[in-house]
Design a protein around this ligand. Structure first.
Ligand code: K1U
Ligand code: ZN
Length: 172
């Protein structure tokens, strides 16, 4: 088990299109286990491989409430095969943009095809917070951050604050 360092924006590693996993082997399962541990520790409700410096198409989510049992979801090579016409506006955060939140519009429900830990093709239907989280994580696999949906003005304000934070951390 290992806690992985999370990459903060702006960073070119967060703008890369990730590559599909060809074989679901132990290295993939180890990465997903470490990603879940990192996500729970952050804490967060989702995490994508590029946020921890790996360019494979892997995401994890768990939107269970604190009082409920964990319900981790591990998706390899996820793809949306259906999305609702209904569009929902909801607030999002990102572990790569800590302390920044904004409302993003997305389909309210999606069906996702993916490979599980054994390399089997599966599908999952998601709505509510899980739909938003899974779409947010799948965007990371395309090098897209939630700030990319904001106006250039709002995006630049957040990214400038992130750059300032990076400079302050380097100086400390
Ligand atoms: O991808 C990420 O950076 C993780 C991100 C996922 C996400 C949050 C909200 C909407 C869509 C996607 C986070 O987990 S940010 C942290 C967060 O939302 C949270 C943290 C603790 C408790 C509850 C939520
Ligand atoms: Zn994110």
């Amino acid at each position: 088990m290992a806690l992985l360092p999370i990459i903060y924006a702006p960073d070119p590693r967060l703008k890369i299109k990730c590559r599909p996993v060809e074989t679901v082997d132990q290295s993939v399962r180890d990465l997903m286990r470490d990603m879940l541990e990192t996500m729970y520790a952050a804490p967060g409700i989702g995490l994508s491989a590029p946020q921890v410096g790996d360019n494979r198409r892997i995401i994890v989510c768990d939107v269970a409430r604190e009082d409920d049992d964990p319900q981790s979801i591990q998706l390899i090579n996820p793809e949306i095969v259906w999305e609702s016409d209904e569009i929902v506006l909801a607030e999002e955060g990102c572990l790569s943009l800590p302390d920044h939140f904004a409302e993003v519009e997305r389909p309210g429900a999606v069906r996702i095809r993916y490979l599980d830990q054994d390399g089997e093709v599966r599908e999952i239907e998601a709505d509510g917070l899980l739909a938003a989280c899974a779409q947010h994580e799948m965007d990371h696999l395309e090098g897209i951050l939630f700030v990319d949906y904001l106006s250039p003005l709002k995006r630049n304000i957040i990214l400038r604050k992130m750059k300032k934070l990076k400079r302050q951390k380097e100086a400390a």
